[in-house]
Design a protein around this ligand. Sequence first.
Ligand SMILES: NC(=O)c1ccc[n+]([C@@H]2O[C@H](COP(=O)([O-])OP(=O)(O)OC[C@H]3O[C@@H](n4cnc5c(N)ncnc54)[C@H](OP(=O)(O)O)[C@@H]3O)[C@@H](O)[C@H]2O)c1
Length: 367
Amino acid sequence: MHKDILMKAVVYEKFGPPEVLHLAEVEKPTPQDDEVLVRVYATTVNYGDLLARNFSHTSPGEFHMPFLFWLLARFDFGLREPKKQILGSEFAGEIEATGKDVTRFKPGDRVFGYPGQRMGAYAEYLCLPADGALALMPDNLSYEEATVIPYGAITALNLLRKVNLQPGQKVLINGASGGIGSAAVQLARYYGAEVTGVCGTPRVAFVKSLGADRVIDYTQQDFTQNGETYDLIFDILGKSSFSRCKNSLKEDGIYLLASFKLRQLAQMLWTSLTGRRKVVCALSTDSPKDLDFVKELVEAGQFQALVARCYPLEQAAQAHRYAESGQKAGPVVISLDPSGNCEPSTAERTARDTEQALSAVAEMALD
Ligand SMILES: NC(=O)c1ccc[n+]([C@@H]2O[C@H](COP(=O)([O-])OP(=O)(O)OC[C@H]3O[C@@H](n4cnc5c(N)ncnc54)[C@H](OP(=O)(O)O)[C@@H]3O)[C@@H](O)[C@H]2O)c1
């Protein structure tokens, strides 16, 4: 095949551990009339990538959504082997070419976007509909920073809109260090809420640096047992439950779930008919307007894009291994920009500084 119609991509031909990911040369896509061709400069390792890479080994019980969703995902990702061999559900890059019907973008525009379950961003080039979840990226960010925003921000924004958050309300986010939770912390703060984030030990500094008023390490403290009450408990993975959270909700409080099963859907129906505390299970939809909104927040300094670690494309397997290690301090980025700087940003610096400070204190205590 001619060199111009080939591109570099990280592909996988069988489900499994990070090692199934490898660099290859594949055919460069061509945009349809209503599509844009993007030169991808950065992408991420997020929940969806880790799930899709190993989906045949994920049982319905391990999947945080109803069985029907698992079944649909199984068909979508592939029954025996991966149907979509290129992962990557969010990206930042530059418009390389546009289909003849596209008026929203022009070659050279710096964009970020969320192809979601279509995937495909672990490659130099990606085609997607011009009216999809795609927008001009914030002027003040590098590609490596901009790419950590689309998935989490779109999902958190959509879900928080379902509960009409008011300034001054108390919000707890269970899963504040992940893709959705880290955006939810920042959006809830933007809406004027007082925010408590819950996460694991290595990510406490990261969640603090997002602007959370308080951070609870779930390995040290059970937030349902500390006597605090909230207007909203946003549970990202559904690790808690309505019955456990009830006493931590104010009288009109809402238990909002990004991940839920049939049981929680039944609770939503039941609590909509009885009682004052409600369960809300919600699904997000993608809209370019949401990305435009977040772009403005970033440019106004009201939403940060923090990167914990950045790996070059050829080290995608290492990036996945680190993301799954339990030690990651925040978002993990894969860079395809030869001139880009794969430097850790504030998140890792903050986490590293905190780690150093803690070990210095521990050493002093030992002396
Ligand atoms: N409703 C929708 O429309 C929608 C859309 C997209 C995704 N989702 C769902 O959202 C979920 C993925 O969210 P995400 O991308 O934010 O995931 P993620 O990046 O993997 O983050 C998961 C979060 O859960 C936390 N966590 C893990 N174990 C915990 C525990 N025992 N107690 C409290 N928190 C715990 C993690 O904390 P540490 O890492 O600090 O330990 C982290 O903050 C999936 O279930 C997916 O199906 C829903």
